[in-house]
Design a protein. Sequence first.
Length: 576
Amino acid sequence: MSDSHDKRSESAGNGPRAAAPSNFIRDMIDADNISGRFERRVHTRFPPEPNGYLHIGHAKSICLNFGIAADYGGLCNLRFDDTNPSKEDIEYIESIQEDVRWLGFDWEDRLFYASDYFDQLYEYAEQLIEMGKAFVCDLSAEEMREYRGTLTTPGKESPYRNRSIEENLDLFRRMKAGEFPDGSRTLRARIDMASGNINMRDPVIYRILRATHHRTGDKWCIYPMYDFAHCFSDSIEKITHSICTLEFEDHRPLYDWFLDQCQVYHPQQIEFARFELPYTVMSKRKLLELVNKKYVSGWDDPRMPTICGMRRRGYTPESLRMLAERIGVAKKKTMIEVGVLEDCVREDLNKRAPRMMAVLRPLKLVIDNYPESQVEEFESINNPEDESMGSRKLPFSRVLYIEQDDFREVPPKGYHRLFPGAEVRLKHAYFVKCVGASKDARGQITEIHCTYDPDSRGGEAKDGRKVKGTIHWVSAGHAVTAEVRLYDRLSLKEDLGDVEEGGSWLDNLNPNSMEVLSDCRIERNIDRATSGDRFQFLRHGYFSVDPDTTAPKLVFNRIVSLKDSWAKIEKGQTKV
């Protein structure tokens, strides 16, 4: 960290904070702390709408809001923006809390809801009416759109804009009392229909909506709009820095206008840009459509970019926090390659995941000159990156399983694995030489036959000869049978919006986004695995035990392959 940044950190007034890369948000906070604004406090909030499950984009916002508060010795609230009961559900509230905790953050006793403030928000609305700054409007939604104007033409004033204060108060109170049908009237701010910022053209503050609220029941039949509830909720909670995504930049003048008109405590809204992942669905509406139409098994389907889906697949919270730090904070929307995310997962799991031998597409290998009843054991370290994880014993016998791809009857050029006459190293064990293969009536290879060199125990020949290929294996009589699920990208196109005329974005879904291998063989040490455990299967990648695994058969999800293959995918050269 630079000397100048160290000095800004020391001047923040909250003691030392963790070293973190500077960005425009931190620079603004540093400047506020130097000036004494907000009494040098830092108090942020994460305000999700409980109308769906959170996805990886929300993970960035969670890490940013909670992380900045922690770095400055401040506080961060979790607040649900529950202002639209027609789309909200307790299920979403519970899932969001679980996601935030899983990512490693704690709101302590600061769990709030916009609905906590409904009475106070109503009072602010009446205050605006009494100031002549709000009016009840009878225009329909369609008429309101017509009156609103465009980016190049000003809007027209509502014919109800100049109602008296007394009439507006009476109508608004009757709206609250339930005298009018849904959608028949709204309360609008009275600002400027000619404003260059469309958000300032007399925006709606309250609408009539009869829907039972998960916390207030049927007390209310009018509900505040997001822009109105959000700024006052920030004010009530004494938030210092209201960090939002970039689409709210044009809403900031409205945020400021509401607070200034009512002369209440005024936080600073700051916007940052979202990031996008290619081939990834990042829209709540589209994710909901995938779930409802059963293109996926649920919100936690391992192919989904939801936090719960990534958790089920085996991603670690540390890897998502690492991603948030690496991509940083920008003012313009950026496209992050999937390889960046996968590299974070690999870097984290490489240090912690024990190694295992797993054969995903088994082919029987018989060592003809190995004693039939003999079983040996070979020592193998669990993780070369962490010696404290110890080692394990691998049983070795006459009949093994290897990968089907590790044998070719007619090998292509440069193939260094088994084929008739070829010799390879069985990892940790012996050199073996292929002497033949057996086939079934259809001509399919059912097993291959080899001989072994007893003087090559441990994978080194006494005569010093070398082999180019090393393959993994499991002992047939000691292996555990398991199901393994391999995942590909959910979309066939980088941009989901790239739809042919008359088509749907759903046409871009990849029909081969999941491959289920039901007869995999894994070394016996895996039988102690439990839900959520993660492993590196040698040569295959990182895998985790699916939470829905039922005994006696284990089910594994591939989290990520060992190498980044996305660059090749985009060129159409290979498949994950």
